[in-house]
Design a binder for this molecule. Structure first.
Ligand code: ATR
Length: 273
């Protein structure tokens, strides 16, 4: 990126640790360029640990930031630092989007909507299995419950899935049968370090079928082994990049007030490694 520093309140960022591999700067800056806004707006990555997070966020309005995305491990802290919360952020119990307004920090969560809009068909009325019980799972369980899906949650540590269901709805399950679900969503970290999903997760690679949508929030340069197996049996698949693009687009729209070009964001996110 070249050019002068953006004017006041036209800076954007993603805050995380680690954040150097984030695809958000490439994705957002490509969208800003396509909209002709790259002279004014700029999106950067800011590495910050938990001990400095609040201090960093409080300084941002004074440094010309209009907003920020927040990623691992700060989504809970982002909620706590905010002066006002959207209903969605309050319900999910985490925030991925901060907006700096005058003296106030507003928090929102676009992960749930990002997930829903990435799906090829509406999940309402169907049976859905969510694997995992961390922050990503919370947004997915919230979104599916809101759409009227019958949600079941499996987690390696059963106490966490039971807690998620007690707070957000759904039923904790211990031995799900892969073929029983119209939608299966992997929100766990399994696959990020090359683990075999069929060793670590309660899924049967042979039981996927054409009636299913399978989502893997893990993303890399190639389709994950989970999505490859699902696609091989005729299931529709959605990867983590598509969900990243959708949540990012919703955040960006809130900050700039214009509809971001999804194709441009998708291409940039897929190209950035
Ligand atoms: P996030 O906020 O991104 O969801 P997280 O809170 O660290 O991250 O949650 C990671 C999820 O991946 C958890 O559901 C975790 O299971 P535990 O609650 O039992 O730790 C899950 N996970 C990580 N490694 C796993 C593995 N090898 N097998 C199964 N689940 C795993």
């Amino acid at each position: 990126m070249t050019g002068e520093a953006p004017k006041a309140a036209h800076r954007l960022a993603v805050l995380g640790q680690p954040v150097s591999h984030s695809r958000s700067p490439a994705m957002h800056n490509a969208a800003l360029a396509a909209l002709g806004l790259d002279g004014e707006w700029r999106y950067e990555a800011i590495e910050v640990g938990p001990d400095r997070f609040e201090e960093r966020v409080r300084a941002m309005a004074g440094e010309g930031f209009a907003g920020a995305n927040v990623t691992v491990p700060h989504k809970g802290a982002a909620l706590a630092v905010a002066d006002s919360l959207s209903e969605v952020a309050r319900e999910i119990g985490a925030a991925n989007t901060l907006t700096f307004e005058a003296e106030e920090i507003a928090a929102d969560n676009t992960d749930g909507h990002g997930f829903l809009t990435a799906l090829p068909r509406a999940p309402g009325g169907g049976r859905a299995l969510v694997l995992g019980a961390g922050g990503a799972a919370r947004a997915v369980v919230w979104a599916l419950g809101r759409e009227g899906a019958e949600v079941e949650v499996w987690n390696r540590t059963g106490l966490r899935s039971r807690n998620v269901c007690a707070e957000l709805g759904g039923t904790a399950v211990e031995e799900p049968a892969t073929a029983d679900y119209e939608l299966i969503v992997n929100t766990t970290a399994v696959g990020m370090r090359g683990e075999d999903p069929f060793d670590e997760l309660p899924l049967d690679a042979e039981a996927f079928g054409e009636h299913q949508v399978v989502v893997d929030l893990v993303y890399g340069g190639v389709p994950s082994p989970l999505l490859q197996a699902a696609a091989g049996r005729g299931a529709a698949t959605v990867d983590g990049i598509e969900v990243l693009v959708r949540q990012g687009a919703r955040s960006l729209q809130g900050w700039i007030g214009a509809e971001p070009p999804l194709d441009v964001m998708r291409e940039a996110a897929r190209g950035a490694c």
